[in-house]
Design a protein around this ligand. Structure first.
Ligand code: PBG
Length: 330
């Protein structure tokens, strides 16, 4: 009789994978709806929402349909939204003056949400790209080849005051200008908004992953030679991680309340390093390109939606994100 082959090992990690209940006991991290933030696109008008072709399943909402979206969030247990406006081109300009309009689409949306759902956490985007005719996050110099830092920060501080006044719980500068967190904190405090928090897009990379978002808000170049906007003069280089830690340290020093890494999936090393270095909560943004890549594969029948969604979010959580901005939130 032949002996059954048997390994002489004491340690068998698979014991802990014997049943779902044991797996559950040993689970190290978990994404909960209350950790999620839904980014939402808003547009003018009364007619309902319109789907964004490069983001299947995601729409631009009017303020009315945004309120219905908020209801869906609450029933799904998601308590936070981050609205982004699709601004009518006639309000876009080189100096982004519409960004300082207290009755801009974005500010009206914040007001409406806080009026109907005071319990929803509203995270207001602070950046000029929805408002500039060229789609950059700041004011261009005369030669058109460099974003002017301090001039841009002055506007961002003003924009933050408007958003705080409209009722935003957080202002979230997504522009990557130097010194903006300190300037915004000072402006908010001087005007009595000491309880308005700052979620800083601290490590925001110059990524190819933002293209669907730029379609959604209408900041992508239209026609002409340039197909994709180049933001390398302010967003971080994908090759660098120590530089991200420098940005994170600066934002913390300047008074940020939450630090963000963006995109999430290709930058999990940055998420986990940020988590080690700072005691502030860490947010990660699973951006439009991450969403659309998954949806494209799902549409082709190459990936399973439920599993891809879950795994992509689980890995961001495992890397150390306390909260995740994701188009999958609902
Ligand atoms: C710009 C901004 C971008 C995103 C959020 N705010 C894109 C950019 O830098 O051009 C991208 C989010 C996404 O892709 O989902 N202030």
């Amino acid at each position: 009789m032949e002996e059954k082959f048997k390994l002489d090992i004491k340690k068998r990690p698979r014991r802990l994978r014997k049943s779902q209940r044991i797996l559950d006991l040993c689970r190290e991290s978990e994404v909960r709806p209350s950790n999620l933030i839904l980014p939402v696109f808003i547009k003018e008008g009364k007619k309902g929402s319109e789907e964004i072709p490069s983001m299947p399943g995601i729409s631009r909402h009017t303020i009315d349909s945004l309120l219905r979206e908020c209801e869906k969030c609450l029933s799904a247990g998601v308590g936070a939204i981050a609205p982004f406006p699709n601004v009518n081109p006639k309000y876009k300009s080189k100096d982004a003056s519409e960004s300082l309009n207290s009755k801009s689409l974005a500010n009206r949306a914040i007001e409406a949400v806080k009026k109907h759902f005071p319990e929803i956490v509203v995270i207001a985007d602070i950046a000029l790209d929805p408002y500039t005719s060229h789609g950059h996050d700041g004011i261009l110099n005369d030669r058109g080849d460099w974003i002017l830092n301090d001039e841009t920060v002055e506007i961002l501080a003003g924009m933050s005051l408007m958003a705080a006044h409209a009722g935003a719980d957080f202002v979230a500068p997504s522009d990557m200008m130097d010194g903006r967190i300190g300037a915004i904190r000072e402006a908010l405090d001087e005007c009595g908004f000491t309880d308005t928090a700052i979620m800083a897009y601290s490590a925001k990379y110059s990524s190819c992953m933002y293209s669907p978002f730029r379609d959604a808000i209408g900041s992508a170049p239209k026609g002409g030679k340039v197909k994709y906007l180049d933001k390398r003069g302010y967003q971080l280089s994908p090759t660098n991680s120590r530089e991200a830690m420098k940005e994170i340290a600066l934002d913390e020093e300047e008074g940020a309340d939450v630090l963000m890494v963006k995109p999430a999936g290709w930058y999990l090393d940055i998420v986990s390093e940020a988590k080690k270095r700072s005691n502030l909560p860490i947010a990660a943004y699973q951006v439009s390109g991450e969403y659309s890549m998954i949806m494209a594969a799902v549409k082709n029948g190459w990936l399973d939606l439920e599993r891809a969604k879950r795994e992509s979010l689980d890995s961001i959580k495992r890397a150390g994100a306390d909260m995740i901005l994701t188009y999958f939130a609902i």
